[in-house]
Write a protein that binds this ligand. Structure first.
Ligand SMILES: C[S@@+](CC[C@H](N)C(=O)[O-])C[C@H]1O[C@@H](n2cnc3c(N)ncnc32)[C@H](O)[C@@H]1O
Length: 243
């Protein structure tokens, strides 16, 4: 997972239409067969397999708070100036938590939040925010590549900050890292079977049996899993357009 700020984005390439915030319960619904997995998903061809419902929105809000703590109570890592910020693009804006913070910090900038489903009404939509529906390719390992993509695109003054995101508690972690570990331990157990089932559904009905087996295997594995000392890196990459 990565967060990054892009100034002066070129938005004309988006095959998207501007949308207003809509109540959560009007989102498109795809019902899954298993009682426990009756969740709703983005109604797109995107490779992204996590849900888009109220439960997911609550998860994203909690995750945002924990990430914010993990990054020393700051979201912006670039030296951004109020007077020069004109356009801001938040790709994969989820519930709009970061979009909102950008829009309130930079009231003179136009802020565009892009996601697969409409952004829910969890907070006031500031007048300088536009939410867009868009489908772009997803690269789950993009964090590792962003710095070189920035360099290829001609950005300069590229800076990378990495934060440790642990899957379980171990000695020596900070309070913020431990809180994130507690959250992830629960989330991973809940969400992996849901994501496997959704990915299987996307692959086609002929994979039904394999999907059931994969879900059963994953549940067994996760029940026995003690987290070890596994972790992922959260990448924050900043770059500057040449003058
Ligand atoms: C982990 S959430 C991050 C939410 C938000 N940025 C935050 O900090 O709370 C990832 C978001 O990316 C969106 N997403 C995934 N694939 C996408 C794609 N191809 N195009 C646009 N948004 C996408 C998901 O719908 C989800 O809301």
């Amino acid at each position: 997972m990565s967060t990054f700020a892009i100034t002066n984005p070129i938005l004309s390439g988006f095959s998207s239409s501007e949308i207003e915030n809509v109540p959560i319960d009007t989102a498109d619904k795809i019902e899954l067969s298993e009682e426990e997995d009756k969740r709703t998903f983005h109604n797109t061809d995107a490779a992204y397999v996590l849900p888009n419902d109220n439960t997911e929105h609550q998860r994203l809000e909690l995750q945002h708070k924990l990430l914010w703590q993990l990054m020393d109570n700051k979201v912006f890592h670039s030296p951004l100036h109020k007077d020069t910020m004109r356009k801001i693009l938040d790709i994969g804006c989820g519930t709009g938590a970061v979009t909102h913070e950008m829009a309130s910090t930079f009231p003179d900038a136009q802020v565009f939040g892009v996601d697969l489903s409409p952004v829910p009404h969890v907070r006031q939509k500031l007048p300088n925010i536009s939410y867009l529906l868009a489908l772009k390719d997803v690269d789950l390992y993009c964090g590792v590549h962003i710095a070189s993509l920035f360099a290829e695109a001609g950005l300069t003054d590229i800076r990378v900050t990495r934060y440790l995101v642990p899957y379980s508690r171990w000695e020596g972690l900070t309070r913020e890292e431990k809180e994130m570990a507690d959250y992830l331990e629960t989330v991973v157990r809940d969400i992996i079977p849901i994501a496997i089932r959704k990915a299987g559904e996307n692959a086609g009905p002929e994979y039904g049996r394999e999907v059931d087996e994969a879900v059963t295997d994953a549940r067994k594995y996760l029940e026995a899993y003690d987290g070890g000392r596994d972790f992922l890196w959260l990448y924050v990459v900043c770059g500057r357009k040449p003058e």
